[in-house]
Design a binder for this molecule. Structure first.
Ligand SMILES: NC(=O)c1ccc[n+]([C@@H]2O[C@H](COP(=O)([O-])OP(=O)(O)OC[C@H]3O[C@@H](n4cnc5c(N)ncnc54)[C@H](O)[C@@H]3O)[C@@H](O)[C@H]2O)c1
Length: 276
């Protein structure tokens, strides 16, 4: 049997937003395939509307600790500080990878932030903050990674959309707009880059228990309900009745990064939740 899946020895993989949550599973998955992985995350975000995001500070510290733990296991992982929503920071990250490694083969945009608000209560700053933190950042990382990917002979990008890039949710209009935007951006960039051998795909996770959900549960919990009861109420939304794990999503990212004939796709890993 032939397989298109291959190991990643001699390949350099960048995971942006990989210090915690799903991205951390992506980092370990590629490292176990032999890749040299640069795990980048934000210690702080430059925008003054950070308070409206689900983001906790300390992403770079988490990335450094993850890299140290994985190096202790014999894997090739280094950490870098980046705010994907800040162009100067993104440019510095990509320049550093070029200087340190001289190539780049896979870029995973695993960062993201969310915020819960009705549209009528939402400020423009809140709307723009969520779009910056989920969509504009994907644009910035892509823009500055493309030349290095091209020089390395092709490669792949995998962007994080969401079930919120497949269906709408009340009080999540800005997040859904950004995540639908990631799907459109991915489909368009895939066409733009197809002749250069660079493939661009997206994953749409359903519900994965991470920091992001600590914030969402605090917003979605009903009067008289505990956060854990609220979490179980979320389970009822999933046809399979099971939440996804970070590894479920990381496996899909590895597939998309490795499948030579797949580009422009957005794959749902959501237990059937987004099906009409
Ligand atoms: N958890 C879920 O249920 C779920 C569902 C659908 C989609 N997603 C998406 O999956 C991705 C990962 O989410 P998660 O659940 O692991 O969240 P998380 O909050 O646990 O991890 C996100 C990581 O991204 C980092 N980050 C945020 N903004 C950044 C920026 N501007 N630059 C660099 N790093 C930044 C954070 O510091 C954090 O370490 C996000 O795009 C999210 O929208 C998550």
């Amino acid at each position: 049997m032939t397989t298109h899946l291959r190991r990643y020895d001699d390949r350099v993989v960048l995971v942006v937003g990989g210090g915690r949550g799903i991205g951390a599973a992506v980092v370990e998955t590629f490292a176990r395939q032999g890749a040299t992985v640069v795990v980048s995350d934000a210690e702080t975000l430059g925008s003054d509307v950070n308070q409206y995001r689900s983001m906790r500070v300390g992403g770079y510290a988490a990335a450094r600790e993850l890299a140290r733990n994985l190096r202790d296991k014999g894997l090739k992982v280094t950490a870098a500080d980046v705010d994907a929503g800040d162009e100067a920071s993104v440019r510095t990250l990509l320049t550093g990878i070029d200087e340190d490694h001289g190539r780049l083969d896979v870029v995973v945009n695993a960062f993201g932030v969310t915020h819960v608000s009705k549209v009528e209560d939402m400020t423009l700053a809140q709307f723009e903050s969520v779009v910056l933190g989920n969509l504009s950042g994907v644009f910035l990382v892509s823009k500055h990674a493309i030349p290095l990917l091209r020089r390395s002979g092709g490669g792949a990008m995998v962007n994080f959309s969401s079930i919120s890039g497949r269906m709408g949710f009340a009080k999540e209009a800005h997040y859904c707009a950004a995540k639908f935007g990631v799907v459109g951006f991915t489909a368009s960039l895939a066409k733009e880059l197809s002749a250069s051998g660079i493939r661009v795909n997206a994953v749409c996770p359903g519900i994965v228990r991470t920091n992001m959900w600590d914030y969402l549960l605090s917003e979605f919990v009903r009067p008289g309900e505990t956060p854990e009861e609220c979490w179980e109420r979320m389970r009822a939304l999933i046809p399979q009745g099971e939440f996804q794990s970070p590894q479920d999503i990381a496996d899909a990212v590895l597939y998309l990064a490795s499948a030579p004939r797949v580009t422009g796709q957005a794959i749902s890993i959501d237990g059937g939740m987004a099906q009409p």
